[in-house]
Design a protein around this ligand. Structure first.
Ligand code: A3P
Length: 316
């Protein structure tokens, strides 16, 4: 039988204290090593409760990513594509809500003891997660819920993360980019190491019975129409000939585009806790790392990436 959430939560709070610890980037939250990944300490009891108790529903769609890899965009796209018969673009929830309010981070719901929220979602549910594949609840991996995963070139990930974190309240002001870069290279960022995160999803996506759509931020930026069609096909709601002829795919691309979402009032200021909605919309440029890294830093990170991903066969 499945243990109660309170039982599991209590059990884990003490176990977590034995996990290897790092200060992390924030004065307000440390990282703990769980199954080889650095997870924010505050998320861990909830994550472990989720791992042990989460039950998937038929039809669930999982949107997974490493932080700062295009999560917000993928959530907006998936929500808009899946619910396109329910919501007209002219009066759409995303005009009033940030994508993370439409598709929440599932482990956050558990960490804030708000997991009942998941049961209130209409079917089919779209569930967000930053968890690595190996920490996903078995109910997700064995029920073969479709998982859409988005990755992004690590040099742009660290730059994007750096910009966001410097805006957090608990940001340690004496924390230069060069130090953040070193920690990133050591895998020490929330949900890191980035290479293990990516290669787990990538290798599992190659499995013949896998149901993982593996997307790259850079490819989505180059050809978002193709990306939107792929997502729709993958989650079982392909666009009809008529929808395509009427330009609906292009309309959805435009509706979820960076400039469109960034300019909405809801995404200019409001937000809960550390992350204000406007932090999630910065620049959305491929290769912005060139404005922040020396060539030596770039070479160092590229070499680590090459070495770490060598065995998986994955390249960005
Ligand atoms: P930059 O910091 O490089 O601008 P995440 O959503 O995983 O936190 O990733 C955030 C990154 O995605 C940020 O990158 C952000 O600007 C970019 N982004 C947000 N919305 C986007 C959209 N609709 N289209 C493309 N990129 C977007």
């Amino acid at each position: 039988s499945i243990p109660s959430i309170q039982e599991v939560d209590c059990k884990y709070k003490s176990i977590i204290l034995t996990f290897e610890k790092r200060a992390g980037w924030l004065t307000t939250s440390s990282l703990r090593n769980y199954k080889g990944f650095w997870l924010p300490e505050g998320l861990l009891p909830g994550t472990m409760v989720m791992e042990e108790t989460f039950q998937s529903h038929p039809g669930d769609v999982i949107v997974a990513s490493f932080p700062k890899s295009g999560t917000t965009w993928l959530k907006a796209l998936t929500f808009t594509i899946l619910h396109r018969n329910k919501y007209a673009l002219s009066s759409h929830p995303l005009l009033k809500l940030n994508p993370h309010d439409c598709v929440r981070i599932t482990e956050h719901s558990y960490a804030t003891q708000d997991e009942q929220y998941l049961e209130t979602l209409p079917s089919p549910r779209i569930l967000g997660t930053h968890l690595p594949y190996s920490i996903l609840p078995e109910s997700i991996t064995t029920s073969r819920c479709p998982i859409i995963y988005i990755c992004r070139e690590p040099k742009d990930v660290i730059v994007s993360l750096w910009h966001m974190i410097t805006r957090y309240e608990g940001f340690n002001k004496s924390f230069p980019f060069t130090k953040a870069f070193e920690l990133f290279c050591d895998g020490e960022m929330p949900f890191g190491p980035v290479w293990d995160h990516v290669s787990e999803y990538y290798m599992n996506s190659l499995h013949p019975c896998a149901k993982i759509l593996f997307l790259k931020y850079e490819e989505m930026m180059k050809d978002p129409v193709n990306g939107v069609m792929k997502v729709a096909n993958f989650i079982g709601c392909p666009f009809s000939e008529e929808e395509i002829k009427n330009g609906l795919v292009e309309e959805i691309v435009e509706f979820c585009s960076f400039n469109k979402l960034k300019d909405l009032d809801v995404n200019k200021t409001s937000g809960k806790g550390n992350v204000q909605n406007d932090y999630l919309f910065r620049k959305a440029v491929v290769g912005d790392w060139q404005n922040h890294m020396t060539p030596e830093m770039a070479i160092k990170l590229d070499n680590i990436t090459k070495e770490k991903l060598h065995n998986s066969g994955f390249t960005y």
